[in-house]
Write a protein that binds this ligand. Structure first.
Ligand SMILES: *Cc1c(COP(=O)(O)O)cnc(C)c1O
Length: 380
């Protein structure tokens, strides 16, 4: 058996779109960027949501943090069990990332710990919707409002997923989505920035094109193309946009297949919880998932390692996840010690992600599950 951890979806229109794109000039924000943007507008409907395509989710996060205009020493809350992108964005914007512990049911930021870490310098919070499972957004937004924090959703993994009826990424002041090759919808490298406020969107548009008024100029809103604010070059390339557009036309199908495998694993792996070998990922009632990740947390690190090795021996690639930021060399430099955030540490030691993608069959999910259950029983 050989079951890879990742396998990207091959959309039918990809080759055609790329070839058509090559006929053109590859100018930024060309036909395919506009097409992808229009497809995304129907994924994220609503009057008060402004979208711009970026070359990555990290750059969308960077843009959002730049627009927060942090003063040196301003603090931003984010979970430690996380990819470094959000923390880098805070550092690059001159702020201090304040690492919070996680909730053991969802591995998302612990609101209890976040509330404890609010100071007079706290300016923003960056919740991550881990595995495409929403944070408890009503409670998070209430906390943010009370403490006057800007909310930047790291919805990198969350395309297709919801909190109640709302698409993840549309609930905060900003939302950031990734189209990295490991994500549900992939164009190699790509991202999306969602802004709730029109003014933020206008600023983001200038930041995106070298801090110029290019977009307003092209729309005939001003007569000179010039430098108007600090900026960068963060737009997605037209080639990636062509790819993205063909992928987006399959979003529904991709999400449906992945969600079906997620449900299959939850069903097949029930004995793991019943027999006390670990806990399966939870889908809270307020969350509609997108099947981005399937994970379980084993009762011990040694059992997790045993199962990972066992699966590897059969050609099944299962993966652990993040070294929590507070445990990393950079986290140490920021002054954290391993035991500061115990739940993040425990998650790092016990979490295992199983293969989940559109090429994985129900039969394979069942075989993987059976191997894990038998492996646990044999291990004792
Ligand atoms: C993938 C990921 C990112 C980075 O996305 P890029 O598009 O590669 O920049 C950031 N945060 C989280 C939680 C991610 O999973």
């Amino acid at each position: 058996m050989n079951i890879p951890f990742y396998a990207r979806y091959h959309a039918k229109l990809e080759q055609e779109a790329l070839l058509a794109c090559l006929e053109g000039s590859l100018a930024t924000d060309g036909l395919y960027s506009r097409k992808a943007l229009s497809q995304l507008s129907s994924v994220y409907p609503g009057k008060s949501c402004w979208l711009s395509l970026t070359a990555s989710c990290s750059l969308a996060l960077e843009t959002a943090l730049t627009l927060c205009r942090l003063a040196p020493g301003d603090e931003v809350l984010l979970p430690s069990f996380n990819f470094p992108s959000a923390a880098n964005a805070v550092l690059n914007a001159g702020g201090i990332p304040v690492l919070c512990d996680i909730d053991p049911d969802t591995q998302n930021i612990s609101l209890k710990d976040a509330a404890r870490k609010i100071t007079s310098r706290t300016r923003a919070v960056i919740p991550v919707h881990y595995a495409g499972i929403s944070c408890a957004m009503d409670r998070l937004l209430a906390l943010a409002k009370e403490a006057h924090m800007t909310v930047i959703e790291d919805a990198a993994q969350a395309i297709g997923a919801l909190y109640q009826d709302a698409r993840l990424g549309t609930l905060g002041d900003f939302g950031c989505v990734s189209f990295h090759y490991t994500k549900n919808i992939s164009c190699g490298e790509g991202g999306l920035l969602l802004c709730r406020d029109r003014k933020d969107f206008e600023n983001a548009r200038c930041y995106r094109v070298h801090g110029t008024n290019r977009d307003a100029f092209l729309n005939g809103e001003c007569d000179r193309y010039t430098w108007v604010c600090p900026g960068s070059s963060t737009a997605v390339s037209e080639l990636c946009a062509a790819f993205l557009s063909s992928q987006l036309s399959c979003l529904r199908k991709i999400t449906a297949i992945r969600n079906q495998r997620l449900m299959d694993y939850l069903d097949f792996l029930k004995p793991i919880e019943q027999e006390g070998y670990g806990k399966l990922m939870k889908v809270p009632g307020y969350a509609s998932p997108n099947g981005h990740i399937f994970y379980l947390r084993f009762a011990s690190e040694s059992l997790r390692d045993h199962i990972q090795k066992l699966l590897a021996g059969k050609g099944i690639d299962a993966k652990t996840h993040y070294v929590p930021l507070h445990l990393s060399p950079m986290g140490k430099k920021l002054g954290y010690r391993p035991k500061d955030l115990p739940e993040s540490l425990a998650c790092y030691d016990t979490l295992l992600r199983l293969p989940i993608h559109t090429s994985l069959t129900m039969e394979q999910a069942w075989q993987v599950s059976e191997m894990i259950i038998k492996g646990c029983r044999f291990y004792g």
